[in-house]
Write a protein that binds this ligand. Structure first.
Ligand SMILES: Cc1cc2nc3c(=O)[nH]c(=O)nc-3n(C[C@H](O)[C@H](O)[C@H](O)COP(=O)(O)OP(=O)(O)OC[C@H]3O[C@@H](n4cnc5c(N)ncnc54)[C@H](O)[C@@H]3O)c2cc1C
Length: 149
């Protein structure tokens, strides 16, 4: 097993020593350029940042770990209002500035980007969309009553 990181120092090193495991080889200052294989992962192409040297390694699988929380909103082409931080601005009912367009999850300007928040706000957005689509005055939360409508 390999842990491949482009940085020369892993963030974890500031807090604690990296566990030494026989089956774990840590490769720092190396970037993965490409994952290769026909139907399954077979190799990776790597590049040593310091030397620009490239090479290939046999590999059975790859777990990609990326961190960062900048929302990806370029696909919206500024169709809805974005904040200076380029997240989608919504009100508490997850409505954007365009009637009938709702947003939820990490693309919105939430303080906390976590699954539970995305799911909860997704629920609010769905209720708001239901209200909009059916031209209701209020959101309907009692789904048992909607049978047969
Ligand atoms: C490395 C990492 C670790 C995390 N760990 C945790 C954790 O332990 N606990 C936790 O609660 N949260 C964690 N999070 C945060 C959590 O993953 C997010 O808050 C959550 O996934 C947000 O859900 P979402 O539906 O808004 O966005 P996403 O889960 O990112 O879903 C958006 C989807 O839209 C797709 N998409 C993007 N652009 C387009 C397009 N143009 N057309 C069609 N589809 C598109 C994407 O491919 C993706 O499938 C972690 C995040 C990262 C990056």
């Amino acid at each position: 097993m390999y842990l491949i990181a482009p940085s020369k120092k892993l963030k974890i090193e500031d807090e604690k020593a990296i566990p030494q495991k026989e089956n774990l080889k840590i490769m720092k200052g190396v970037i993965v350029r490409e994952i290769l294989g026909d139907e399954v992962v077979q190799k990776i192409r790597i590049k040593d940042i310091a030397t620009d040297e490239e090479g290939e390694m046999d590999m059975d699988g790859v777990f990609v770990y990326l961190h960062g929380s900048k929302p990806v909103v370029d696909f919206l082409n500024f169709a809805v209002d974005l904040s200076d931080e380029e997240c989608v601005i919504t009100n508490k009912m997850m409505e954007t500035n365009i009637p009938g367009v709702f947003a939820a999850g990490d693309v919105t300007c939430v303080e906390v980007r976590q699954v539970v928040i995305a799911a909860a706000n997704g629920c609010i957005a769905a209720l708001s969309a239901d209200k909009y689509v059916h031209g209701r005055k209020r959101r309907r939360y009692d789904w048992a009553k909607s049978k047969g409508e």
